[in-house]
Design a protein around this ligand. Structure first.
Ligand code: ADP
Ligand code: ADP
Length: 226
């Protein structure tokens, strides 16, 4: 069964800009799909519509087989990782990861179990008492991923998560993200403008341009043109 389904998705912003012009896509359970393409092609808008952060102008989106067009972000079975990490500066790493679960009224023991499990997967167990400002960029990125993992959602959404890191760290974190996906196997939709990143991470690459899908396929079948 497809875990994420997009049917004839259109997004027209105020002023008449058509950012997304009728996209159809089925993303399978456990699949890692990367949306790639030049700046302004509609990747981020597409991801934000899946997240519910942006209203769709027309079309249908289903997550886990259920239509979510009218479901607010908080009630969708997704967790999103942003490029600026969006960590709470006054909270420890532990509390940053626990916060979403506290809001959802999970009990303390379950929260601890989930945070410790995510910390183990991401190798940040020794950082749990620190505040974000005492972390490196790569460590902050891990915490942002930890916050998504503890939620145990059907779908992870990544919006250019590595674009604030230097080149060396980007390569390292790519490997890390791939490893995490192989461990938790959560269906993932990942947005980047970086073709190498797309090729490295994706089970399937979706190439967008000017609001439409130009090409879809596994990395080895794409970009054969010189
Ligand atoms: P990408 O993520 O591929 O860089 P975006 O989805 O951010 O592309 O943007 C697609 C198009 O929609 C661009 O032309 C952009 O300027 C426009 N756009 C994005 N967000 C808004 C907005 N909030 N209001 C108006 N236009 C927007
Ligand atoms: P990205 O393409 O990496 O998402 P941008 O710098 O294009 O980043 O956009 C940053 C934010 O500004 C996004 O939330 C996007 O929706 C919004 N945005 C982009 N283009 C426009 C626009 N033309 N008008 C209003 N908001 C925009």
């Amino acid at each position: 069964m497809a875990q994420v389904t997009l049917r004839k998705i259109v997004k027209e912003y105020e002023g008449g800009v058509q950012a997304v012009k009728g996209i159809d896509l089925d993303i399978a359970d456990h699949e890692f799909v990367v949306l790639v393409g030049p700046s302004g092609c509609g990747k981020s808008t597409t991801l934000r519509m899946i997240a519910g952060l942006e209203e769709i102008t027309s079309g249908d989106i289903a997550i886990g087989g259920a239509l979510v067009n009218d479901i607010p972000p908080r009630d969708r079975d997704i967790a999103m990782v942003f490029q600026n990490y969006a960590l709470y500066p006054h909270m420890t790493v532990y509390d940053n990861m626990a916060f979403g679960l506290m809001l959802r009224k999970f009990d303390k023991g379950e929260i601890r179990r989930r945070v410790e499990n995510a910390a183990r997967i991401l190798d940040i167990g020794m950082l749990l008492d620190r505040k974000p400002k005492a972390l490196s960029g790569g460590q902050r990125q891990r915490v942002a991923m930890g916050r998504a993992i503890v939620r145990d959602p059907k779908v992870f959404l990544f919006d250019e998560p590595l674009s604030n890191l230097d080149a060396k760290l980007r390569v390292q974190m790519r490997t890390e993200i791939k490893k995490v996906h192989q461990t938790v196997k959560t269906t993932t939709v990942y947005v980047t403008h970086d073709q190498i990143e797309a090729m490295t991470l994706a089970d399937r690459v979706v190439v967008m341009n000017h609001g439409v899908i130009e090409q879809v396929g596994p990395p080895q079948e794409l970009y054969h043109h010189p």
